[in-house]
Design a protein around this ligand. Structure first.
Ligand code: ZN
Ligand code: ZN
Length: 393
């Protein structure tokens, strides 16, 4: 199946740059160059981002925080509101750079809503940790929240958000924790072992939104087979039950086995499979309406460019075979930047293992992974009208 895809991109995104910091914007440059070399962008309609307006940002952040970001942008010594920290150091032009990313996600949402494209992608987006009143976890403005808010403001009644970043999607969950129109699902490394320390299965929403937050806390070391087993035991059932009009995905790829900040063990191939599952789910449940963002990912050369090239290619309906050679033009460019170490030679790493479906009773087994899956199903499935013990749900 061939699909129409719009991506929001231009090189001004590279200004979102904390300097000597894990979130290096070179990962976006390398992604776009790899996708272009492979011909993927020939099937993607690219539009340049426009910065989010003050009104748009005030719909998702406190005015005092926006003022602080504005002030910090011209004052390198600024400290406060989560800014001026190791995670979120201040840099010149920070406000404009973050507003451009947020604006891009709003634009992607609008392009999708108007029906201009079936799938809309902002790889610079996915800054899911930013809170209403403070910066957090490399995230200044929460472009994901603005993207979803934009859909709701356009009259979309129900949105399902699936966050596959290795870290809990806490800022997005917090923004919609009391909003029954938005189902947030996050699969992440167990928060007892990783930032931001939230995202246990017991977090399910409040008030009339109880059941609208779903959390899967995965053991450190979870690999492709285990991760996909958990995803398939929770996500499709929950999304189908919620019956959203749009599926929104945060495609952080810091679940990779070489990622320097976390401890899951996925390959590019496992991440590609997760993306393909979400694409298929959108066609099944939302008539194909799929809004996708980037997110974390600190394997700047060996992980992010390949995984998000697969995201773009998968969305067009022309997936790139994992056996495809990495083009020498791309490798030469990476070397010209002074990259040391082994560069990837193929678009995949190794064949995907068999994924054993979750079965009832597994939750009682001694495996941390199966207990984790069982805990999420027991906490969330009854609230969605599903049977936690029925493998068909
Ligand atoms: Zn499609
Ligand atoms: Zn992350």
């Amino acid at each position: 199946m061939e699909c129409t895809v719009g991506a929001i991109w231009d090189e001004r995104y590279l200004a979102y740059d904390f300097g000597d910091h894990p979130l290096n914007p070179v990962r976006l440059d390398l992604t776009i160059r790899l996708a272009r070399e492979l011909g993927v962008l020939e099937h993607v309609d690219i539009t340049a981002p426009e910065p989010a307006s003050t009104d748009q940002l005030e719909s998702i952040h406190d005015r005092a925080y926006l003022d602080a970001v504005r002030q910090a942008s011209g004052e390198p010594g600024f400290v406060g509101f989560g800014l001026g920290t190791t995670d979120d150091p201040v840099f010149r032009g920070m406000y404009d750079a973050a507003a451009l990313v947020a604006g891009g996600s709003a634009q992607a949402a609008l392009r999708l809503h108007r029906g201009e494209v079936q799938h809309a992608i902002n790889i610079a987006g996915g800054l899911h940790h930013a809170m209403r009143g403070n910066a957090s976890g490399f995230c200044i403005f929460n472009d994901v929240v603005l993207g979803i808010r934009t859909l709701l403001d356009q009259g979309v009644a129900r949105v399902a958000y699936v966050d596959i970043d290795v870290h809990h999607g806490d800022g997005v969950q917090a923004a919609f924790y009391d909003d029954p129109r938005v189902l947030t699902i996050s699969l992440h490394q167990d928060p007892r072992t990783l930032f931001p320390g939230t995202g246990m299965p017991s977090e399910t929403g409040v008030g009339d939104a109880v059941g609208s937050a779903v959390n899967v806390a995965l053991p450190p070391g979870t690999d492709d087979a285990g991760w996909l087993r958990a995803f398939r035991a929770v996500v499709p059932g929950a999304v189908r039950a919620f019956a959203p009009e749009v599926l929104v995905s945060q495609c952080g790829c810091d679940t990779h086995h070489e990622d320097p900040l976390a401890n899951l063990e996925l390959t590019v191939d496992g991440q590609r499979a997760a993306i393909a599952d979400m694409h298929a789910l959108a066609h099944e449940v939302t008539g194909g309406r799929w809004l996708a963002f980037g997110g974390g990912g600190y394997g700047l050369v060996r992980c992010v460019p390949r995984t998000w090239t697969h995201l773009l290619a998968e969305a067009t309906g022309r997936p790139v075979d994992p056996a495809t050679a990495v083009p020498s033009g791309w490798t030469g460019y990476v070397r010209s930047l002074g990259a040391r170490g082994e560069l990837p030679t193929a678009m995949g790493e190794r064949p995907l293992p068999d994924v054993h479906p979750w079965e009832p009773g597994d939750a009682e087994s001694s495996s941390w992974l199966d207990s984790a899956i069982g805990a999420t199903r027991r906490a969330s499935f009854p609230l969605l009208g599903l049977d936690p013990d029925d493998p068909r749900d």
